[in-house]
Design a protein around this ligand. Sequence first.
Ligand SMILES: [Zn+2]
Length: 263
Amino acid sequence: MKNSDFVCNLWAFYDLTNRAIYSVAGKVYSLPVNKEQQFKMLKQLAEFDHYTVAQQELEEHYSIVQADGSQFERAARLDAMQDPNLGLFLGVLHKLNKSLPSLDDYSNPNAPKQIKQEFPHELLCIPTLVCEDAYGNRKAILTEEDNSWFQAQLTGENTEPTLRDEQTEEYLRLQIDMLKATNEKNIIQSPPESCDLCQKSLETERFLVDGALIGHSAWAFMCTSCFGENGKGIGWGKGQLFSQMKPGEWLQVAGFRDESEAL
Ligand SMILES: [Zn+2]
C-alpha cells in the first residue's frame, strides 16, 4: 500500500523591471497522504526550493503586446497566474510527469516487471509567483506581507526597501556588536540630516554608515541603500556603523577600533 502522494510546487518568475512573467519551473515531491500536511509542506518549500530547479521558457503562444505596439515574445502578464487550468504550467507538469522513475515489481520473482509511475488525476500543485529584480535577487510571494510589498512595487508607490536593500540591511545587522556599543557609547555629536550621496533624509533610516567609498579616497555618511552600492564595508579603516536609537541619536554599533591595533 502506498501511503504517499505525488505533489508539486510550481513557480512563475516575474521580472520586476519588464513587468512580465518570463519563465516557469516546477518540482515534484512525494509526501504523506494527509492533504493539510501536504499543503503546509509545499508552502514551506515554495519559498526557497525554486533555487534547485531549472527555469523553462514560456511556450510560444505567450506574448505581451506593449503600449507602443511592440511584442514581448514568450512572456505573460500576471493574470496568466489566475488561469484555473494552470495553462502556464502545462509544459512543466508534462515534463515532470514524464520524469518520474519506474518502480521494480518483484511480486513474481520469475518475471520481474517495471511499473511506470504517474501523477494522480487530482494532483495537488501550488503555483507561486517569484519576483526577480534587476540584480537577479528573488523573492517568493507567499504571505499577505509579501503581497503588499509586491503591490507597492507594481504601483510604484514603493517606500519599502528593494530586495537589494534588504540584503544590505541584513549584512549591516550581522555586524552589530551591542556589547561593545553599550560600553563605548559613541554617539554622533552633530549628526547629518541626510545621506551625503543621495540626499535622502535619514529620519526614517535605521542605519547610517560613516565609511570609505569604493574607488574613492573620500569618506561619506551613507544611507543603507547607498552603502550597498558604494560602501567598502564595515570595520576599522573601512566604515563605522551607526544605529538610530532615538530620532537623531546615532549610536555606533560596529566598526570599532581593533583592540590589537589600539595598543
Ligand atoms: Zn543614500
